[in-house]
Write a protein that binds this ligand. Structure first.
Ligand code: 2HG
Ligand code: ZN
Length: 468
C-alpha cells in the first residue's frame, strides 16, 4: 500500500476510536497544518488528528505505529526551524486543544498545565497569584507550552532566569506505540534515576508527545525598570554587554539591535528610535524597588563607559509596552521590509558578540545580502538574519548560512540557542558534533521510537530515520 493510503487507513481507524470530528482529511483544512514560522517549505500531511485528550494521543500513536505511519507532533505551529513540518507526510498530531490549566499551587510553586496552553496565558494566570513563569519566547502571545518544552524555548528573560528546561520538573508523555509515561517529579529536588525530563525537554518532538507539564514557578518580581542604551556602532553595544556582566550585574534582559533592525522598527513607526542611534541595547532590571533603580543606574554607567551616546530610561508603563511590542514584532517587521528573510539563532561566548556581528556583516556583504543582527546578546544568542529581494540570490544565501554556521562553531559557539535544529539546521549538525555523538543520539532515539516514526527527519536529517 502506498504511504499516503496507509496514512488514510490509519486516520480512519483513529477516527473510529476517538470520534471522526477529531480527524481531518479535507485538503483545505489539512493544508493549514503544513508549515510553521520557519523558512522551510511546507509539506501537506495526509491527515491531521486534533487531539482533545491524552487518550486521543494514545490512540493516535498506537494506531499509527501499527500501520507504520509517521507522526509529526504540533503545538501552535510557531516554531522557527521546521520542527512541526510533516516532511515525511503521514499524520500531524495537533495538541493545541489539550490546553487546560489544571493547577497553580502557590505553596509548592508549581503549575500543572496541558501542552496546548498558550505561554502568555500561563504568564497572566500565575502573575495574578503573585508568581512568575520566566521563559518568554517572543511569540508568547501565540506559542504553546508543549512546543516551548519540545524546543527548550528561551526568550529575552533567559539571561537572568534561564531557559524552559530550568522550569520543567516533570511531565506526562506518550511514546510512539501508545505507552504512557510519567517522567520526573513534582518536588523541588529529586535525583531518582536518569534525568529523562532533561532529555525530553528540547527533544523536538522526536522522542514522545507531551500530555501534561509540571512547571516550576518563582515569586513575581515586585518591580521592573527598562532602559534603552543608544550606541553609534554595534560593536560598542556588544562590548557594553560584556562590561555589564563583568561589573557583576544581572539584568533580567540584555537585548541588542543593530542598525538594520532599528531601520525595520523605525519603518513600522511604533516606537520613536532617535536618529543618532545605529545600535541599541534594551536593558531591563527586575527585583525589589530600591535595588532595581540602583542596578539600572550601574548598567547605564557601564554602557556609557563602553561608548553609549545616551541612555534613556522608560518613564511610563506605556513606553515599556510600546518598546516590547516593537521588539516582539521585529522578526515580522524585517520580513515586511524584504521579500526573503532567513533567521538563524547562533550562540557565541558573550565576549565574542562584537566580532560575531562584524563578521556576519562581512559574510552578508560578500554574498550580496542585507544583514540584520539582533537578539539575546546577554546570552551571546544572536538572531543573524539574511535578507534579500532578488530570488536568484538563493544559492548565495545557502553559502552565507553555511559560512555562518561554521563560524559560530569555530568561535566556540553553537548552532542554535533556542529555535532548535529541526529541518533547517539538520545539514549542519556535524559541524558541531562528532559522528560518535550523533550516532549515540540516534541510538537514544531508537530506544524510544524503534521504527523511526515520530517526527522523522528532524535533528538528524532525512537519512537519520528509517521511517516509511
Ligand atoms: C526573537 O527573539 C525570536 O524575536 C525570533 O526568537 C527571531 O525570527 C527571528 O528572527
Ligand atoms: Zn529569540
Amino acid at each position: 500500500m502506498l504511504r499516503r493510503e496507509r496514512a488514510l487507513v490509519a486516520a480512519a481507524e483513529i477516527g473510529r476510536r476517538i470520534g471522526p470530528s477529531r480527524v481531518l482529511t479535507d485538503e483545505e483544512l489539512v493544508a493549514s497544518y503544513a508549515g510553521d514560522e520557519s523558512e522551510v517549505p511546507p509539506v501537506i500531511p495526509a491527515a491531521v488528528v486534533r487531539a482533545e485528550t491524552s487518550d486521543d494521543v494514545v490512540a493516535t500513536l498506537e494506531v499509527a505505529s501499527q500501520h507504520e505511519v509517521p507522526v509529526t507532533p504540533r503545538g501552535a505551529g510557531t516554531g522557527k526551524s521546521g520542527g512541526a513540518i510533516p516532511d515525511h507526510g503521514g499524520l500531524v498530531l495537533a495538541t493545541q486543544r489539550i490546553a487546560r490549566l489544571k493547577q497553580i499551587d502557590r505553596a509548592n510553586r508549581i503549575a500543572i498545565v496541558e501542552p496546548g496552553m498558550i505561554t502568555g496565558e500561563l504568564h497572566a494566570a500565575v502573575e495574578a497569584e503573585g508568581l512568575f513563569y520566566p521563559p518568554d519566547p517572543n511569540s508568547l502571545e501565540s506559542c504553546a507550552l508543549g512546543g516551548n518544552v519540545a524546543e527548550n524555548a528561551g526568550g529575552p528573560r533567559a539571561f537572568k532566569y534561564g531557559v524552559t528546561r530550568e522550569y520543567v520538573l516533570g511531565l506526562e508523555a506518550v511514546l510512539m506505540g501508545g505507552q504512557r509515561l510519567s517522567v520526573g517529579r513534582r518536588t523541588v529536588k529529586g535525583v531518582t534515576g536518569y534525568d529523562l525530563t532533561a532529555l525530553f525537554v528540547g527533544s523536538e518532538g522526536t522522542l514522545a508527545v507531551f500530555t501534561e507539564l509540571w512547571l516550576r514557578l518563582v515569586p513575581r518580581p515586585p518591580r521592573t525598570a527598562t532602559a534603552l542604551a543608544l550606541f553609534s556602532d554595534a560593536a560598542a553595544a556588544g562590548r557594553a554587554v560584556a562590561a555589564i556582566v563583568a561589573a557583576g550585574l544581572t539584568p533580567s534582559v540584555l537585548e541588542l539591535l543593530d542598525e538594520e533592525s532599528l531601520a525595520a522598527i523605525r519603518a513600522r513607526g511604533a516606537v520613536p528610535v532617535p536618529a543618532r542611534a545605529t545600535a541599541l541595547l534594551l536593558i531591563e532590571v527586575d527585583g525589589e524597588a530600591e535595588l532595581v533603580e540602583l542596578e539600572l543606574e550601574r548598567a547605564a554607567e557601564a554602557c556609557e563607559a563602553a561608548g553609549a551616546v545616551e541612555v534613556l530610561v522608560a518613564q511610563e508603563a506605556s513606553q515599556r509596552r510600546a518598546l516590547w511590542a516593537a521588539r516582539r514584532e521585529l522578526s515580522r517587521s524585517l520580513k515586511a521590509a524584504h521579500l526573503h528573510k532567513i533567521a538563524e539563532d547562533i550562540v557565541v561566548p558573550r565576549t565574542a558578540v562584537p566580532e560575531m556581528i562584524a563578521r556576519t556583516r562581512e559574510i552578508g556583504r560578500a554574498h550580496g545580502l542585507v544583514v540584520a543582527t539582533y537578539g539575546h546578546a546577554g546570552d551571546g544568542n544572536l538572531h543573524s538574519n539574511f535578507l534579500w529581494d532578488d530570488p536568484s540570490l538563493s544559492p548565495e544565501v545557502e553559502r552565507a548560512v553555511e559560512e555562518l554556521m561554521r563560524l559560530a562553531v569555530e568561535m566556540g559557539g553553537t548552532l542554535s540557542g533556542e529555535h532548535g535544529i529541526g529541518l533547517q539546521k539538520a545539514p549542519f549538525l556535524a559541524y558541531e558534533q562528532s559522528p560518535q555523538l550523533i550516532d549515540l543520539q540516534r541510538q537514544v532515539k531508537a530506544v524510544f521510537d524503534p521504527k523511526g516514526l515520530l517526527n522523522p527527519g528532524k535533528i538528524f536529517g532525512r537519512s537519520g530515520h528509517g521511517a516509511c
